[in-house]
Ligand binder design. Structure first.
Ligand code: 3VV
Length: 141
């Protein structure tokens, strides 16, 4: 995806619903749409200048999205308290046969600010290949 920072803390992302993203016949898979929301809202949080991870994500799939559609996601930060960052986003079809101003899906997400050491226990798994026996708390894998 490509992202653009706009006025305020808002992010715009575009994604083409390619054939490899098919879920039901002729339509985008809901998991792909969910991933795109996660990325767009996570990117909005990045404008705060701190790293975040997704804590909770809730999607409303309002309309089927035909393959070939160009989607435009808009995401923003609605509020913050302590480490919690509340975000929302919506998507429209901006190019293709089904293009219109109608919102075809919406998302609300809670992101948590994290410190860089959040990922330290997972370093051994970078690129998917465990190279040692990392310890998570008291349990050993
Ligand atoms: C990918 C990271 C990138 C790093 C930076 C590199 C540059 C990137 C550049 C570009 C980024 C583009 C954007 C990326 C977007 C994609 C992000 C993902 O998909 S992340 C993968 C999926 N998510 C996880 O793997 C989290 C797994 N969960 C955890 O690690 C923990 O549960 C965590 C950190 C979320 C919270 O654990 P605690 O121990 O730190 O914090 P506690 O004390 O439990 O919670 C703090 C507050 O948050 C609430 N909270 C926590 N989880 C909640 C939940 N699921 N629902 C509701 N509230 C929750 C709690 O009630 C508490 O609230 P009270 O402050 O007391 O009011």
């Amino acid at each position: 995806m490509h992202f653009t920072a706009t006025e305020g803390i808002e992010v715009v992302g575009r994604l083409t619903a390619e054939s490899r993203y098919q879920g039901g016949p002729g339509v985008i898979h809901g998991g792909i749409l969910t991933t795109a929301f996660d990325e767009t809202q996570g990117m909005a949080c990045m404008l705060l200048g701190t790293a975040v991870v997704t804590g909770h994500l809730q999607i409303d799939f309002a309309r089927p999205i035909p393959l070939g559609s160009v989607l435009e996601f808009r995401a923003r930060i609605d509020g913050m308290i302590r480490r919690k960052v509340y975000t929302s986003s919506e998507v429209r079809i901006v190019e293709g046969a089904a293009a219109s101003d109608e919102i075809v899906a919406t998302s609300r997400g809670l992101f948590l600010k994290i410190k860089p050491e959040h990922f330290t226990p997972m370093q051994e798994f970078v690129d998917g290949q465990p190279t040692g026996l990392p310890t998570f708390g008291d349990s050993t894998l």
